[in-house]
Design a protein around this ligand. Structure first.
Ligand SMILES: *Cc1c(COP(=O)(O)O)cnc(C)c1O
Length: 387
């Protein structure tokens, strides 16, 4: 039997045709009609006026921060429970990331953020920006976060790398914050193999991001540059792939929602196991990744043991992201203070990501659930909080 992988890109005939058509059109590089169309389609899907397609989600976050005026020495508040790219983009801009804890949903905690920004404001050393992260596709409480950021003069940047296609309060993910970044990395819900985009409602901001992404080349025939730019533009070929993938976004979301629902139903039989997130949110979110939370007092296996047992059965799983404040690279507390941290550490210690992507299929998910039945609910196994 093939290994069941956590998240494998789903590409088929439509994607192949789109890339070959782009090749045949002669628009191999760098810009072209597919790039412009991809941006228009992205903007439409995320309810934004403008999208600028770039070579990665990290590049998108980096340029979003640059466009937000973030530079050397600035304080930037960053969700600590995230993939490292959120914090790295802050470092790339020369600013200093300070980490802020999440609430039980894994999203940046607005109450904690308010106290952190208030203290900094009162001390005369305010934060320049806030990077909020839609963890595993769950959209942050942006109504609360935007009010907090605005009250303290900070720019709100939404890291929507994982949440394309999700909604909150009737608005699409990517529409929140002054700027948002999405990713089309191979493991994301829609992929260009590697890619990303900055989303904004401001035409000048979009033009500036586009300018920075193309070596900050001035619009004159000779090569003239007035500031240091980047080579971050997405190519037309990859944009063609992105368009074909974006057309399938709803199909991928439907599969991931079905799989999340199956895990929720089956988890009832697994002692001490719940599925992260409020079930009522599942129908509004893209369910990009599904995480099980194991209660060590009840669950017969620890996450690492369960991961090893699944691996033996040919099933890939992975621990929840380790919070940034626990990463060796960001461990210098003087440079990178952490505000709170216990909630994200708890989710990290108890969390296990399980296969639920479109590539897994309904049958694949049932296989994983059957195996979890055996590993967790077998009455022959010792259980009852021995560890
Ligand atoms: C994937 C991801 C990114 C970075 O995207 P890349 O396209 O891989 O550079 C940023 N933030 C989060 C939360 C992500 O999951």
């Amino acid at each position: 039997m093939d290994r069941i992988l956590l998240s494998k890109p789903v590409v088929g005939g439509a994607e192949k045709d789109a890339v070959l058509a782009a090749l045949d059109s002669g628009w191999v590089a760098p810009a072209g009609p597919d790039l412009a169309e991809f941006e228009a389609e992205l903007a439409r899907r995320t309810g934004r006026s403008h999208a600028v397609a770039l070579s990665s989600g990290t590049a998108a976050l980096h340029l979003a921060l640059r466009a937000a005026g973030v530079g050397p020495g600035d304080r930037v508040a960053c969700a600590t429970l995230t993939f490292v790219a959120s914090a790295n983009a802050i470092a790339h801009s020369g600013a200093r990331a300070e980490f802020v804890d999440c609430d039980g949903s894994g999203a940046l905690d607005p109450v904690l953020l308010d106290s952190v920004l208030s203290r900094a404001h009162a001390a005369g050393d305010p934060f320049r920006a806030v990077v909020a992260v839609d963890l595993l596709g769950h959209v942050c409480d942006y109504a609360a976060l935007a009010a907090v950021a605005a009250a303290h003069g900070a720019v709100l940047v939404s890291d929507a790398a994982e949440s394309l296609g999700s909604e909150r309060d009737g608005r699409p993910a990517g529409s929140f914050g002054e700027l948002a970044a999405v990713s089309f990395n191979g493991n994301k819900i829609v992929t260009t193999s590697s890619g990303g985009a900055v989303l904004t409602d401001d035409a000048e901001t979009a033009a500036y991001v586009r300018h920075l992404s193309t070596q900050a080349r001035e619009p004159v025939p000779h090569y003239e540059h007035r500031e240091i730019g980047y080579n971050y533009r997405l190519s037309n070929l990859l944009a063609a792939l992105g368009r074909a993938q974006l057309a399938r976004l709803d199909e991928f979301i439907a599969a991931k929602r079905r799989h999340r629902k199956l895990y929720r139903e089956r988890a009832a039989a697994w002692p001490g196991v719940t599925v992260l997130g409020d079930p009522h949110d599942d129908d509004r979110e893209n369910c990009w990744m599904t995480a099980l939370l194991l209660d060590p007092a009840v669950c017969p296996l620890a996450p690492a043991e369960l991961m090893a047992a699944l691996d033996e059965a040919g099933i890939e799983s992975r621990p929840m992201f380790a919070p940034m404040h626990l990463q060796p690279v960001y461990a210098d507390r003087a440079a990178h203070p952490v505000h709170g941290g216990a909630v994200s550490e708890d989710l990290y210690r108890r969390g296990l990501l399980v296969p639920a992507g479109a590539s897994v299929g309904d049958a694949g998910c049932r296989t994983v659930c059957d195996r979890l039945d055996t590993l967790l609910a077998d009455p022959a196994r010792p259980s009852g909080g021995v560890r």
